[in-house]
Design a binder for this molecule. Structure first.
Ligand code: ASP
Length: 334
């Protein structure tokens, strides 16, 4: 589907399927039978959907196919993003991710489930599947976040294998960077490929995962938005979910994913909510000219939206056996 048609269709569907307060208000005037049918339509979306940031075809297909077979939203999202965590050619996620400026690869990830539970790991070394590790924090500890060595030791206790995340290629690229090591924490089109994934399963439940090696050659200990619930990812199963990629510091300052879900709660479409979240950043000053941020979002009725600052962001959408790469609309048309 062309981008233009996509937006048109999304907004047309939005007329009849607004989520949250507005549909419930309308429902007050309906008969009991119609009310029940309306609730079923909202909560029992039989067509599973997987969306993820960027052109991660295989990862999104994996999640979409699992959803189609009946797997739950969170398990599907984690299985999907694991493809990129294990892809050593991807220099911004998992094994093969660019190291910090001292040569250590440190990973960040979070997951959020449809029951509102979440887990997160920050600055973890030597573990590839950090989204699964974030899930274990959620299910196997009384906590939400584990950081650094504590997260790594917890991983070994959970049976994760120790792995060297610095590949020959990423080591060589870092050594080249060291020849003129300018510290410029700007995220451009070439060096941000965090995978954030949102899944809507056959039961109509939404969950998501977000996993990254963060900014290339970052300061030791730097953590961005990706593992921070509300910034890199947020889910409210009554409303929808959102994920972010790009300049994490700016997403953190506006709690972008939470903002999008709250805007949808107040009646906005996923598309409108992503646009407003980008506007919160671009309206502050003109520093946005130097960095990219992109959001994708889904609501309970399966409408999808996406918006970014600069041209170039794409995302994947799997539905009904089709896995499409869609060009996002963007703010800076100057
Ligand atoms: N958001 C990530 C971070 O700031 C970077 C990215 O999306 O690639 O760490």
């Amino acid at each position: 589907m062309k981008r233009r048609d996509f937006i048109k269709n999304a907004s047309l569907t939005g007329v009849g399927l607004t989520v949250g307060g507005s549909i419930l208000n309308c429902a007050e005037n309906l008969s009991e039978k119609t009310k029940n049918e309306t609730t079923m339509a909202l909560n029992k979306n039989k067509t599973p959907i997987a969306i993820c940031t960027w052109g991660f075809v295989a990862a999104n297909a994996k999640a979409g196919e699992q959803l189609f077979k009946g797997s739950k939203a969170l398990d599907s999202a984690i299985a999907g993003v694991a493809i990129e965590e294990e892809n050593i050619k991807n220099t911004t996620v998992g094994k093969g991710g660019a190291p910090d400026r001292e040569g250590n690869v440190t990973l960040d990830a979070c997951v959020m489930d449809s029951n509102g539970d979440c887990g997160s790991v920050l600055c973890v070394e030597n573990i590839t599947n950090v989204a699964e590790l974030a899930k274990r924090v959620m299910t196997e500890t009384p906590h939400v976040i584990l950081a650094g060595l504590g997260a790594e030791e917890f991983a070994y206790r959970q049976g994760f294998e120790k792995d060297n995340l610095l590949t020959e290629d990423s080591k060589k690229a870092w050594e080249d960077w060291l020849k003129s090591p300018e510290y410029k924490p700007l995220i451009n089109i070439e060096n941000h490929d965090t995978i954030g994934m949102l899944c809507l399963d056959k039961d109509g439940d939404i969950a998501g995962a977000c996993t990254t090696s963060g900014l290339s050659y970052k300061m030791k200990g730097r953590v961005g938005d990706s593992p921070i619930i509300g910034s890199g990812l947020f889910i409210d199963n009554e409303i929808g979910g959102a994920v972010a990629t790009g300049m994490g510091e700016e997403v953190l300052k506006t709690v972008g994913s939470f903002l999008i879900v709250e805007l949808m709660r107040n009646g906005m479409s996923p598309q409108g909510a992503c646009e407003e979240a980008v506007r919160r950043i671009t309206s502050k000053n003109d520093r946005y000219k130097d960095f990219q941020i992109a959001y994708i979002a889904i609501n309970k009725s399966g409408e999808v939206g996406s918006y970014c600052i600069h041209k170039g962001f794409t995302y994947m959408k799997y539905q009904n056996g089709e896995n499409n790469n869609i060009h996002s609309d963007y703010f800076d048309k100057a």
